[in-house]
Design a protein around this ligand. Sequence first.
Ligand SMILES: CC(C)(COP(=O)(O)OP(=O)(O)OC[C@H]1O[C@@H](n2cnc3c(N)ncnc32)[C@H](O)[C@@H]1OP(=O)(O)O)[C@@H](O)C(=O)NCCC(=O)NCCS
Length: 228
Amino acid sequence: MSAYNIAFQYATPHGVLTTVHIPDSPDPVPERVLATLPSEEAEFARTLRAYRQVSFVGGRIALRHAAAQLGVDPPPILPDDRGAPVLPAAISGSISHKRTMAVGMVGQARNGTLGVDLEDYAPARLSIAASVLTPEEIAVVEALPEARRWIALLTRFSIKESVYKAIDPYVHRYVGFQEAHVEPDLEGGAEVTLRLERQEKQEGPFRVDARYRWLHGQLLTSVRIRPA
Ligand SMILES: CC(C)(COP(=O)(O)OP(=O)(O)OC[C@H]1O[C@@H](n2cnc3c(N)ncnc32)[C@H](O)[C@@H]1OP(=O)(O)O)[C@@H](O)C(=O)NCCC(=O)NCCS
């Protein structure tokens, strides 16, 4: 495993996914790594500290490699005022990072916006259920055998985080966990029903396509959203 190098990449139904190893350390990102980014992006990274700098750079490297697979070399990828990575109009993309891994996913913008999320499988944190699930989702999860509850919760939670990232370009606001109902299937997909609090304010309707996949010790989800 080599820090800031590609771990693996593959094509998904939502876009190209690239994963990058990042060090589990607050040490500054080496200058030779920063030098691989466009200067304005590297300059922004230099303003960040410790783990935040590490994850920012890992995410940018991942997103850039994914974009390259679509023949796009993006100009500096800076955050917008809501924290989302700004990409050229022809592509959409999303970033997530955990302790030792950063992921970037990029697809054609004409197919919709993207959200990606990476979660560690362990430790189980069943106590988050009340804050991230709807009452109906809680009922479904609680009806499962105990050993399956955490996975069922984590899958729903991660898909919601992906929804948040994919819907942001349309709504430009905080979307709460009660605003989506997620029902994963057994084949790596999920039905997502949006219950947007501001539906009367011309938000939506949207078509949401969600996927999940188990990696080594981690769950990766992605969501693509298009106007219905
Ligand atoms: C914003 C949020 C989804 C990020 O998730 P996280 O698990 O904390 O962190 P991740 O590593 O997965 O993702 C971080 C990346 O998200 C992206 N991001 C941040 N804000 C974003 C936004 N408003 N829109 C799209 N992408 C955004 C950025 O690329 C960021 O990485 P970077 O700063 O290095 O570029 C999360 O912090 C949050 O606020 N969640 C609550 C809201 C929610 O999920 N609601 C559910 C709606 S159904």
